[in-house]
Write a protein that binds this ligand. Sequence first.
Ligand code: SF4
Length: 253
Amino acid sequence: MSANSKIEWTTHTYNCWWGCIEDGPECDNCYARAFSKRTGHDVWGLGPRRFFGDAHWKEPLKWNAAAAALGVHHRVFCGSMMDIAERRSDAVGEQMDAERARLWSLIKATPNLDWLLLSKRPQNFSTVLPVETERLPNVWLGTTAGTREGWEKRVKYLRKLNPVVRFVSVEPQLEAIDGVDLHGIDWVIQGGESGPGAREFKPEWARSMRDQCSAANVAYFFKQWGGRLKKETGRELDGRTHDEFPTWRAAAE
Ligand code: SF4
């Protein structure tokens, strides 16, 4: 929920709440939904959400202090068990608004943490995100595009915003995504689906995205091949790993 992360491209993950509602085929095998059910939390779809107390909200302050002591910036992925731009017009939605306001204050109080806000609903960023937060030096905004339709539907909303870093998570990639417009995009993460029932991810899809990023001078991070046992399939593409990050702040680590 909030800890050092096993996700290759971030230091920590943080969730303001648990729970979400699916938005596209990328969500079909949602790990967070399965994990919530397994741990006895019925927080998916239009149901309730699981909110957290003060101890949870203090964790990033400790991470920030640790990063500051080292003189570095650490990345925080928000969120792995939620979508920060999900909106609802009920009492749960009101609580989500309150938690978001708390997050914006936390982001300002943690300058040594780079907050990576990844959403399948980038069309909502402009309404949920205060304008000054959008342009803070420690806020990156990203969206997911595992299909061509997802790219066309979502990436255009990132370009309407002006964060220090715009990124696209092409994961889980479910089909070829060729000839895309990378204008205004700083970073692409790509990967196949993992876990039981993982859907196919073809090598030519990986090579195509790598080459498109190279041609457009966009930082490219190849996260994984995925599959049922992702440790066995690994992270190498044509004999090497691809672990690029946007270069706007070389000290990010
Ligand atoms: S948006 Fe993310 S957390 Fe929400 S259902 Fe889809 S994959 Fe799961």
